[in-house]
Design a protein around this ligand. Sequence first.
Ligand SMILES: *[C@@H]1O[C@H](CO)[C@@H](O)[C@H](O)[C@H]1NC(C)=O
Ligand SMILES: *[C@@H]1O[C@H](CO)[C@@H](O)[C@H](O)[C@H]1NC(C)=O
Ligand SMILES: *[C@@H]1O[C@H](CO)[C@@H](O)[C@H](O)[C@H]1NC(C)=O
Length: 285
Amino acid sequence: MDGVLIVSKRISLLFCLIFTPGSRCISLLSVGIPRHVAHGQSTVLECQFDLEGKKLYSVKWYKDGEEFYRFVPEETPKKQMLYVAGVNVEIESSAENQVKLLSLNLNSTGRYRCEVSTEGPPFETVSEHADMIVFVLPKGNPRITGGQARYQVGDRVQVNCTSGWSRPAAKLKWFINEHQANRAYLQRPVILESQTEGVQAVILGLEFTVKPKHFRKGNMKLKCLSTISSIYFRSNETTLERLDKVNTEQSQTESSTKLGGLGGRVAVAASLLFAHTLWAMAHCE
Ligand SMILES: *[C@@H]1O[C@H](CO)[C@@H](O)[C@H](O)[C@H]1NC(C)=O
Ligand SMILES: *[C@@H]1O[C@H](CO)[C@@H](O)[C@H](O)[C@H]1NC(C)=O
Ligand SMILES: *[C@@H]1O[C@H](CO)[C@@H](O)[C@H](O)[C@H]1NC(C)=O
């Protein structure tokens, strides 16, 4: 997915300089390990090196210190894999400079290291590592539950936002008319643990007493944003109506002589708006 870590020109010079003075040291040009990958996906880990004309003995890959793949040109078969939990190598797509991992799962999270050695003596070895984290992303958007369609000043709004199951847990934020909600309005997040897959869901409650400032043009838009690291951003929103809207509109309409007629028209407008809200709730992505 995103953030392929390129460790370029990281040279483990020390060993080489001490033990083989005068000759040029082998180096890793880049080690490509994705920082984040989604559960169920496959990925390719890359390891590019410069042997300075020396002969390759082996390329070995480790996860959390356990070897899972080696490429040794002088051995038959050249490509070998070793069992390590969470690491499912596709041998046909793996070679000297890359190893392909299939169906990543939560056990695939860990520190991956590429180690390159030349034939000796003197043997030279360089290695580099990076951490890869497997995410389980929520299916769909966060969900907003509770609350009413209409409020008046002084009412208590009590709504919840629930993220889909994920790992790590999502971070939730509430916005009122595009402004992040006052911290005092937020409940303590509740974290639900799934028994089966090590995934979590989060519920963040929003509770406050409605003030006139919470309405914009007679509506209050509540939005919940769910994020995971920098790879998942989804939101959901709901628009609530001001209950005493009719009065507000009347006070703004100076030529309001026929109150009955005007009230009727506003009520129709309000119910259309409500229908629109329902439509938006049903269709928003
Ligand atoms: C992850 O590893 C644990 C312990 O080794 C094992 O019980 C579990 O089944 C593994 N999960 C997957 C998805 O491979
Ligand atoms: C939020 O999104 C889901 C789809 O992911 C949808 O079913 C739901 O109606 C939306 N609206 C609210 C207010 O939760
Ligand atoms: C919000 O979720 C909490 C925790 O599950 C629950 O106790 C509360 O009743 C919910 N409130 C609403 C308005 O749904």
